[in-house]
Design a protein around this ligand. Structure first.
Ligand SMILES: NC(=O)c1ccc[n+]([C@@H]2O[C@H](COP(=O)([O-])OP(=O)(O)OC[C@H]3O[C@@H](n4cnc5c(N)ncnc54)[C@H](OP(=O)(O)O)[C@@H]3O)[C@@H](O)[C@H]2O)c1
Length: 340
């Protein structure tokens, strides 16, 4: 068998316009790669960026100037190893693994919306046995973003008061569980339809952003994690402790903010400059994490039950455009997953 089914795009555009289900060659893994038979792949906001080509700056950052360099979208996935390259020593055929499919930024397509994908072995971890492929596939991108942005600020001392804005989404739902595992008091903010879900993840208090303004409700907050990127720092200062911090994750709401060329990057640069003079913003750092290190931490948290991902709905490969439409509509309790 040399052919597989995959979602392919030859240009940037809306999912309905540019995504096609086609038969293509099964990739051949390089010596340091493994061939994964994809059992599940997640649908997250970065996939929308990679398909639409917005913000345009991402095209210069390795995604592909005129069309995606990798024509098959999808980045985080879980599956079984169909083959291993000759230099791979830490995996064997048949192993169940999960991870992102490359070690570049999340705006670069990764080939996961296919029956098979070739992946550098050093970005993968073994899938914990207590997780389904669908659950495991929801974790790599959201979990890595949550770890990179939060590990320095949550704990180790218990009892921190942490507000998570956009807490029912992919990153927020993991952030709630990470904060609870460190003994924090978690105030989770999201839509009316997601309040019960956030409580089920362990949130101590839930707030409906359509009815209440978190910056007028809380006080003595140690940390605000703004995943939805809808809060103003000036308003957040009202509820932060004198040494409290605000971390902004950066959500572009599928181009709704209109920043088609540079996206949220100017706002981030502005925050980084401001952080030199504002004690409520973390000191700017370009520190990141090796993907394998992040995956190993996430794998352990999944294995011990500290982290339990929820799948909202699954879609077959032929329905990727419908899945992305569903993601954009929002109000989900869990991640959407493609099952090839
Ligand atoms: N900083 C980094 O290191 C980094 C790296 C890569 C990517 N990113 C970005 O990080 C983001 C990850 O987000 P995600 O995967 O968690 O997104 P998500 O799953 O879409 O979650 C966002 C949540 O925010 C909620 N929300 C919308 N408007 C809100 C408001 N006004 N107030 C409070 N909550 C609101 C949404 O609710 P509804 O469902 O009602 O809309 C949703 O539950 C992506 O945009 C990605 O591009 C960051």
């Amino acid at each position: 068998m040399t052919k597989m089914r995959a979602i392919v795009q030859d240009r940037y555009g809306t999912p309905e316009e540019v995504l096609q289900l086609r038969e293509v060659e099964i990739p051949t893994p390089a010596p340091d790669e493994v061939l994964v038979r994809v059992r599940a792949a997640s649908v997250n906001p970065d996939v929308w960026h990679a398909i639409s080509g917005y913000p345009r700056l991402m095209r210069l950052m390795g995604a592909g100037l005129v069309r995606p360099k990798q024509p098959i979208p999808g980045l985080d996935m879980a599956g079984e190893l169909a083959a291993v390259g000759r230099d791979v020593v830490d995996f064997r055929p048949g192993d169940a693994v999960f991870g992102e499919t490359h070690d570049r930024i999340q705006w670069v397509s990764g080939g996961a919306y296919a029956e098979y994908v070739s992946v550098p072995a050093h970005v993968l971890s073994l899938k914990p046995e207590n997780m389904t492929f669908e659950q495991a596939a929801t974790v790599p991108t959201s979990g890595t973003i949550a770890l990179i942005n939060l590990r320095k600020f949550i704990g180790p001392e218990p009892g921190q008061r942490i507000v998570i804005n956009g807490a029912a989404g992919g990153v927020g739902s993991i952030a709630i569980q990470m904060a609870k595992a460190k003994g924090a008091f978690v105030v989770a903010v999201d839509h009316t339809t997601q309040l019960d879900y956030m409580q089920s993840l362990g949130a101590d208090k839930v707030v409906d952003y359509t009815r209440e303004d978190i910056t007028r409700l809380e006080q003595d907050v140690d940390l605000i994690v703004d995943v939805a990127s809808t809060l103003a720092l000036s308003a957040c200062k009202r509820i932060l402790k004198p040494d409290g911090l605000m971390v902004v994750i950066g959500h572009d709401h599928y181009g709704a903010k209109g920043r088609r060329t540079l996206g949220g990057i100017p706002s981030f640069l502005f925050l980084m400059i401001r952080a030199r003079f504002d004690r409520h913003l973390p000191w700017p750092s370009f520190e990141t994490m090796e993907k394998r290190d992040a995956m190993d931490i996430l794998s352990r948290m999944l294995g011990t039950g500290e982290l339990t991902p929820k799948v909202a709905r699954t879609f077959p490969l032929s329905e990727v455009p419908a899945a992305i439409r569903c993601l954009q509509k929002g109000q989900l309790c869990g991640r959407l997953v493609i099952v090839p």
